[in-house]
Design a binder for this molecule. Structure first.
Ligand code: KIV
Ligand code: ZN
Length: 523
């Protein structure tokens, strides 16, 4: 049978939960400004629904949902709520400025969860479903309901629960594989079973929400779509609780590349995928695995001689999609030290960054400095520059004025630092196990704090000994998590800058964040 044209294909809605389920990934906390930047990019990319947070969980989540609600122009903004009326009211409050808003309410339905987590009888759960969906409908027509641990729920009870939610007014029924337990055939059969058995199911959109504990989240989501689901819940880079959620870039590209057997379309502009991936990686400090499908550094690299030979003869021999379709610039070699500001702006635009004159000035200065030290600047270098240049560098509490380290086979390894702390220039010398440890100790001597170092990670941006290193640092203070990132051709300097950037974020969080509210969690 001939492949359908784009307009003949059925539409699948893309529901992004990077800012909610993604942020529940241990250590993936994002600041308000990072969440806003990600939400704006998702909106620009053509994602249909952005789940911006879980408003009752914390003041931070509430603010994120409220601010994102004011800003998104195309996507529906969604807030998560348990079945309690207080949760739903709080979500509605956070969403009140959204042009298009959705309340997503959920309750567990599996025997295990009902007995041990909720300690509720099935009848009580059915009542809670009815009450919560009805309450949400007071605020918006667009109500989504999810049976948490849906794939481990008894089918008769699942049908009853879904029917109750539909009768109470839910427009989207999402079936979560909360613990990443299902497999493609089962995922599809649950959707088919609901379509056959639940009265009114044809009036709602069926959605799928798969976790990746067995590495099958994307396959399970696509199987659900083949069986009739028309919304996929997913995250950029597959971020999410434990092993993560289905990766947005993978489900979208699978439907695009295999339109012959997955005849579905989305409105996602795939050329923005790489930018979104790098943005989320930089905001969370979670690096993208090199061989990650679609967005990994090696996803389009051809190392083996036989593959390279085939590629030179015809790219389709080993490439099933074009790198430029996911936002990887055609030529990796971008600019050199003689390139001017206009060329830099043009390359950044090619990569999806449209920046104002002030920011261009800052980025151009960093680019020139880099190009002086590194012969060739690649597109990965530009992405690293964009993502490790803070927007509000002028207000930074701490700033490194100079750093000099002594390292090698002989002790002591030492760091001499000049650091601006709240406008005062201070100097310190410290020793450590190595140059990075010494540099961090010198910073601590000038800016003592109680925060614990939770992650220190170095990644080379490109190949070669002159490559930039991107360093991620994560710190925790009284349950607050902050990240800092920086890049430089000097790994020790990049490390010190990343550490200082995390400390600056900590200073900001101390002043801005309100005490945490009710503790809430969802799968
Ligand atoms: O995994 C899960 O069950 C969830 C629900 C809140 C949809 O994230
Ligand atoms: Zn989940």
């Amino acid at each position: 049978m001939a492949e359908q044209t784009e307009s003949e294909k059925e539409r699948v809605l893309i529901f992004d939960t990077t800012l909610r389920d993604g942020e529940q990934s241990p250590g993936a906390t994002m600041s308000l400004s990072e969440k806003i930047e990600i939400a704006m990019l998702l909106d620009e990319m053509g994602v249909d629904i952005v789940e911006a947070g879980f408003p009752i969980a914390s003041e931070g989540d509430f603010r994120a949902v409220a601010e994102i609600s004011k800003l998104l122009e195309n996507a529906t903004v969604c807030g998560l709520a348990r079945s309690s009326l207080a949760d739903i009211d709080r979500a509605a409050e956070a969403l009140k400025s959204a042009r298009s808003r959705r309340i997503h309410t959920f309750i567990s339905t599996s025997p295990l969860h009902m007995e041990f987590k909720l300690q509720m009888k099935p009848e009580e759960v059915i009542e809670a479903i009815h009450r919560s969906v009805q309450r949400a409908r007071k605020y918006t027509d667009d109500v989504q309901w999810s049976p948490e641990d849906g794939t481990r729920t008894e089918h008769d009870f699942l049908c009853r629960a879904v029917e109750t939610a539909i009768k109470a007014g839910a427009r989207t029924i999402n079936i979560p594989d909360t613990v990443g337990y299902t497999a493609p055939e089962e995922s599809a059969s649950i959707i088919r079973m609901l379509k056959e058995r639940v009265p009114g199911i044809d009036r709602v959109v069926i959605s799928t929400h798969c976790h990746n504990d067995l590495g099958m989240a994307v396959a399970n989501s696509l199987a659900a779509v083949s069986a009739g689901a028309r919304q996929i819940e997913c995250t950029i880079n597959g971020l999410g609780e434990r092993a993560g959620n289905a990766a947005l870039e993978e489900v979208v590209m699978a439907m695009r590349v295999r339109g012959d057997i997955l005849p579905f379309r989305t409105f996602v502009n795939t050329k923005k995928i790489l930018q979104a991936s790098r943005l989320v990686s930089s905001a969370t400090g979670f690096p993208v695995q090199y061989n990650k499908a679609i967005v990994g550094k090696n996803a389009f690299a051809h190392e083996a001689g036989i593959h390279q030979d085939g590629m030179l003869k015809h790219s389709s021999t080993y490439e099933i999609m074009r790198p430029e379709d996911v936002g990887i610039a055609e030529s990796n070699l971008v600019l050199g030290k003689h390139s001017g500001r206009a060329a830099l702006r043009a390359k950044l635009e090619q990569l999806g960054y449209n920046i104002g004159d002030n920011r261009l000035k800052v980025i151009f200065a960093r680019f020139k400095d880099l190009a002086d030290r590194k012969k060739e600047v690649f597109f990965e270098d530009l992405i690293a520059l964009m993502q490790t240049t803070p927007r509000d560098a002028d207000d930074a509490h701490l700033r490194i004025k100079s750093l000099c380290v002594a390292c090698g086979s002989e002790s002591p390894r030492r760091a001499d630092i000049v650091l601006e702390v709240g406008g005062d220039e201070l100097e310190a010398t410290a020793q450590g196990d190595g140059p990075v440890d010494a540099a961090f100790n010198a910073i601590n001597a000038l800016f003592p704090h109680e925060a614990k170092l939770k992650l220190y990670q170095v990644q080379a941006v490109t190949e070669g000994t002159d490559a930039q290193a991107t360093v991620s640092v994560r710190l925790e203070e009284n349950g607050r998590m902050v990240v800092g990132q920086s890049s430089d051709t000097d790994t020790v300097y990049a490390s010190a800058k990343a550490y200082v950037s995390a400390l600056n974020n900590l200073v900001q969080r101390r002043t801005k964040s309100a005490p945490a509210a009710a503790s809430a969690s969802a799968g």
